[in-house]
Design a protein around this ligand. Sequence first.
Ligand SMILES: Cc1cc2nc3c(=O)[nH]c(=O)nc-3n(C[C@H](O)[C@H](O)[C@H](O)COP(=O)(O)OP(=O)(O)OC[C@H]3O[C@@H](n4cnc5c(N)ncnc54)[C@H](O)[C@@H]3O)c2cc1C
Length: 387
Amino acid sequence: MPAHDVIVVGLGGMGSAAACHLAARGHRVLGLERFGPAHDLGSSHGGSRIIRQSYFEDPSYVPLLLRAYELWEGLARDSGRDVITLTGGVMVGLPESRTVDGSRRSAVQWGLDHEMLDAAELHRRFPTLTPAPDEVALFEAKAGFVRPEQSVTAHLELAARHGADLRYEEPVLRWEPTPGGVRVTTAKGTHTAGHLVICPGAWAPELLADLGVPFVVERQVQYWFAPAGGVAPFTPDRHPIYIWEDAEGTQIYGFPAIDGDDGGAKVAFFRGGEPCDPATIDRTVHDHEVRRMAAQTAPRLPDLAGRFLQAKTCMYTNTADEHFVIAGHPGHGSVTVACGFSGHGFKFATVVGEILADLATAGSTRHPIGLFDPSRLAPAAPASGQG
Ligand SMILES: Cc1cc2nc3c(=O)[nH]c(=O)nc-3n(C[C@H](O)[C@H](O)[C@H](O)COP(=O)(O)OP(=O)(O)OC[C@H]3O[C@@H](n4cnc5c(N)ncnc54)[C@H](O)[C@@H]3O)c2cc1C
């Protein structure tokens, strides 16, 4: 009999949640992570992630979001950690932009509370935002932010409390199915289990090559600025999260000044980064990048980009259609995969943990995950061999 019921590879945003849900259900879980707990070398760091319900990417994410919110509240309660804060959020752009129109469609289809604001009303409510006269916004009171490091730590702590064996600085070198389950070889030894859950983040091209799905890992930068007139108008009790699309389709997004004076407020481009590899990514942020961010921000939030404080790189792992991959491995019944979160996955981490626990133990889930089937991206994925 294998030593564990389930091995979870990668203890970042998704893997920590999967380990937590599996252990809480009483399964013997071994978690294996290449780096330390809640590290800043993958995709789940930088203090904040937007969470919202009126989902412009596709209305079929909404039921998952509603469940994710319940689970975020449960995680806050069970861990005692500050993982979620609702500030309200605005999706800004031209009325026909994907950011505005897509959000409105999701809100209407699912009957979500929202308000449409014209430019004058948006500026009146949130004076730091200066939209062009023809721009509008969808306001959603239930939007806000989750804290990635706090959330990963909370899931890991709860997993350990439920008996999970979590091992750090133990990179997985390869995995293979066995008659009774799976065998995983790491830099430190060999482990066996009945089932394997792989949540590799930006290492998907390496660990899940045999899925046959082309992933593009993208370098992204998060920037913090000290607002010119001080943080008072930017505190989370006064300032919403925002996603702002310009006439060319470029999106920026940002947060209130979450951790006070020194923290400043974070802003970033959504998409449009350079392809990269997690082993060789350029983690230096260059002056021209900071200038480009400040220039995009200046007309929209003139007070924000006062003084540049710091910047940090991060990685998206994109699929061709920017939808996730969450499924049983098509070639191996004892393997479940969660990857390709395409820069918008963190808000779902709680419900993804629940889904992965369902798939790993029952082979199915009540949640709607049809959109995330890898066969849409790799119709002829080979069923053998591994990465
Ligand atoms: C700048 C930026 C902004 C973002 N903003 C938002 C946002 O506002 N809202 C939102 O919802 N989402 C956002 N996202 C996306 C979201 O953060 C990601 O989708 C999510 O963090 C992905 O989680 P993950 O578990 O797949 O990856 P990770 O958290 O990176 O976890 C993967 C883990 O696998 C480990 N690993 C890899 N290979 C091995 C191996 N061989 N052996 C052992 N361990 C291994 C890695 O070390 C890592 O810890 C953003 C992402 C970035 C980069």
